[in-house]
Design a protein around this ligand. Structure first.
Ligand code: IMP
Length: 432
């Protein structure tokens, strides 16, 4: 059994957590390869709701869970998550964290907030979790890594060096309150003992698992269009959610990845600023938001809602090498008589394209061209297999498959774990 990447095919919040949760039961390891507590997974299992920021969803099945080197970790948030799980009777013993992952320090959070405030109308709309500043320091080689927590001398020295500079920024550039060295050092040291049992050489661990023919899920956070290199820059996150980054983020060769499952909502949502061609105008946007419960897991912000965009999805298929799609939240569309689906963009010069524009200004000004598909106007609650879906709902799925040339292997029809229809057995989905 080989490695499968689960990747968001839109702007995040596609319901990856739920798909990973479902596939995790047939896997041995579940690994996060990038991002941090900007991600939010909601999983409803056995009548209980779990909200994860750092934790791979596989933890609910007791699977070995890995946070790879490509992640940024806020130790306070992570420890809260560990405590919460333990408090609810779920063992966190199978969790492993790479010592190479970078830490989100208090100044990263403070700088993220201050910078967004200062940008005002031009803000990115970040989750204000310190993600951008943490990855920026990593690239500038000023970052503090998880392994630094275990060497008090180095830890203090690095905090001292960083704070000397960050406090100047906070105070002089942003007019924000500076941070106290002793307080930050003390807080950071207090994390070390709690985190020590979880630290491992995760690259080696995943490589060994693959050699032992174990099934490994590599779970992306955020989504393709938020990718730092290929997304809708600058309205993106500061890491690479796309599938190829799973190899670098974990520390395995790209040839170890065997399949890529893209997760897409049956419509589209976006949080934060930035262009969004299929954003719905008028009361239907609010209707989709209410029906889909489209409020951010991390920030509680209203998500912007749009009709399905096949130009964006085609791009995601290309960038990630998606071998199969999981389509989530099909039930949310059940009350609409007609369902517009964007099949092409019209650019400013009047030309039409079904490929994602390579230049930002084309994307910012493009207009969606819709094909209107019939709705099914009946609930999907009791539907237990794909064949029992209303004809128009099946037609909607088949239209996507035809347009993209990719099979939809899983279809989400409700909030619970059991509300995912599979075109084939889950073992087959993983073994394709
Ligand atoms: P950051 O990742 O907090 O820096 O935010 C950058 C952009 O990515 C903002 O538009 C956020 O709303 C968006 N973003 C970050 N994480 C997620 C996520 O998990 N789901 C959806 N959007 C996200």
């Amino acid at each position: 059994m080989p490695a499968t990447v689960i990747v968001g095919a839109q702007w995040g919040d596609e319901g990856k957590g739920k798909i990973v949760d479902l596939l995790a039961q047939h896997s041995d390891l579940v690994c996060r390869y990038q991002g941090g507590p900007n991600a939010g997974h909601t999983i409803i299992a056995n009548g209980e709701t779990y909200k994860f920021k750092h934790m791979p969803s596989g933890i609910l099945w007791g699977k070995e869970c890995v946070l790879g080197a490509g992640c940024v970790i806020d130790p306070g948030v992570f420890i809260e998550e560990l405590d919460d799980l333990e408090g609810r009777g779920i063992s966190t013993a199978p969790v492993r964290v790479s010592g190479n992952a970078h830490l989100i320090m208090p100044w990263h959070v403070a700088l993220d907030r201050a910078s967004e405030r200062r940008l005002g109308k031009l803000q990115i709309g970040t989750t204000r979790r310190g993600i951008g500043p943490a990855y920026a320091d990593k690239s500038a080689r000023l970052g503090i890594r998880v392994q630094d927590l275990f060497d008090p001398k180095i830890l203090r020295q690095k905090i001292e060096v960083a704070l000397a500079e960050k406090n100047v920024w906070l105070e002089r550039v942003y007019g924000a309150t500076p941070l106290d060295l002793e307080e930050v050092v003390e807080r950071s040291e207090s994390y070390a003992q709690r985190l020590r049992p979880y630290i491992a050489d995760t690259s080696l661990l995943v490589d060994r698992a693959l050699r032992e023919v174990k099934a490994v899920l590599l779970e992306g956070a955020q989504g393709t269009l938020l990718d730092l290199d290929h997304g809708t820059y600058p309205f993106v996150t500061s890491s690479n959610p796309i599938a190829a980054a799973a190899a670098t983020g974990i520390g395995i060769g790209p040839n170890r990845i065997d399949r890529v499952i893209g997760v897409a909502k049956a419509y589209v949502t976006r949080v934060g600023e930035g262009p969004f061609p299929t954003e719905i105008e008028g009361p239907d946007q609010e209707r989709v938001r209410e029906l889909g419960g489209e409020y951010g897991t991390v920030t509680g912000r209203e998500r912007r809602c749009g009709w399905l965009d096949l130009v964006g999805l085609r791009y995601a298929v290309r960038l990630n090498g998606i071998t199969a799609l999981a389509l989530t939240k099909l039930d949310v569309l059940s009350t609409f008589a007609e369902l517009p689906v964007c099949i092409r963009y019209r650019l400013r010069d009047g030309t039409e394209t079904d490929e994602f524009p390579a230049h930002q200004s084309d994307f910012h000004h493009c207009e969606p061209i819709y094909e209107v598909l019939p709705g099914w106007e009946e609930p999907l609650d009791g539907v237990e297999d794909v064949a029992a879906l209303p004809e128009a709902a099946r037609g909607y799925v088949e239209f996507i498959e035809r347009e993209l040339g990719v099979k939809v292997c899983l279809i989400g029809t409700g909030a619970g774990r059991e509300h995912v229809l599979s075109q084939e057995s889950l073992e087959t989905v993983l073994a394709r």
